[in-house]
Design a protein around this ligand. Structure first.
Ligand code: GDP
Length: 304
């Protein structure tokens, strides 16, 4: 139910808009498809993905010679589900179930303000509740607030937070955090990184260096690179995803703040464009408001 509540805004806006777009229409024709296109674009599905969906529906109309507007809901739902399937081949799993890798090292990237620190705090709280040993690394050494906030989460949840002075080399903190994880026989090490999207080359160098230094302790670290995106920023989230995927290999996405936006369609567009599994979505500020992303539940909520 938290998911339904969290996606309320997206759902309401999507359907009231879709309803309006179909008023007085019984068959799917060009005008209906134009309206649908507008609804999808304004829900932040993204232009490319929208066109893909429209095209697929057009093909079905052409094949069947006819489609009633009352069928459109179901068919749209099918098309969205199939796009999500293409982007996320498997149903997402929590990070806490990798096969025998200890510590499992998760490097978290994303620009400032997207909810990176909060997401790490929520994750550590959830892992801790499941009895996992977690170590956090505060490698965003450019912002005192980020380090303080992570420490606060650490205290609240009861997990150690490795931090060093401001402006120390982030990779030194990452090294210490992974080392601490090994020493404590931790299950999971989560390393926060600086969210500066300065120049592409700098970003790339910084992330590469952090990885390289981690690998001195755990050769195949990081096991995951989690990119956090703010879902309420719509197309900006896509732009950031483009920048980060150019700078480093991203293995998973967390899309936050979907509770505060009517633009849940961004999940569909990003999933389609990047084909990187959406692992988590944020639908509120509490620890339990970070949810393992389920394609089927997401589509059901959106189309309920
Ligand atoms: P960072 O700069 O990327 O580390 O961002 P923060 O973790 O500090 O988050 C920025 C703000 O967004 C904070 O006020 C968080 O409470 C809030 N926030 C993060 N995730 C969510 C979410 O899923 N829903 C809502 N409503 N707020 C969120």
């Amino acid at each position: 139910e938290t998911l339904d509540k969290g996606l309320e805004k997206s759902k309401d806006s999507f359907f009231s808009k879709l309803g309006k777009a179909l008023v007085g229409k019984s068959t799917v024709d060009d005008e209906v498809l134009d309206n649908l296109e507008e609804v999808l674009v304004s829900s932040d599905v993204g232009v490319e993905t929208t066109l893909k969906i429209i095209e697929r529906i057009q093909q079905r109309v052409a094949r069947d010679k006819y489609m009633s507007t009352s069928e459109l809901d179901r068919i749209l739902k099918e098309e969205v589900a199939s796009l999500l399937n293409e982007g996320n081949p498997d149903e997402a799993q929590d990070f806490d179930t990798p096969a025998g890798i200890k510590p499992y090292v998760i490097m978290v990237v994303g620009v400032n303000g997207v909810g990176k620190t909060t997401t790490i705090g929520k994750l550590s709280s959830q892992f801790k509740k499941k009895g996992k040993n977690v170590v956090l690394g505060a490698a965003d050494t450019f912002r005192a607030a980020a380090v303080d906030q992570l420490k606060l989460w650490g205290e609240r949840v009861g997990v150690p937070v490795i931090a060093k002075g401001m402006n120390t080399d982030p990779s030194a903190v990452a090294f210490d955090a992974v080392k601490e994880g090994v020493d404590r026989n931790a299950d999971i090490v989560i390393v926060d990184t600086a969210g500066r999207l300065h120049t592409k080359v700098n970003l790339m160098n910084e992330l590469t260096k952090i990885k390289r230094v981690m690998q001195k302790v755990v050769p195949d670290a990081p096991h995951e690179v989690l990119l956090v995106l703010d879902g309420s920023t719509g197309q900006n989230a896509s732009i950031q995803a483009r920048e980060f995927t150019k700078a480093t290999e991203v293995t998973a996405l967390a899309i936050t703040k979907l509770d505060g936006t009517a633009k849940g369609g961004v999940v569909i567009g990003i999933s389609d464009e990047f084909k990187i599994p959406v692992k988590y979505i944020g639908v509120g500020e509490k620890a339990e408001d970070l949810q393992v992303f389920s394609k089927s539940e997401f589509v059901d909520s959106l189309f309920k």
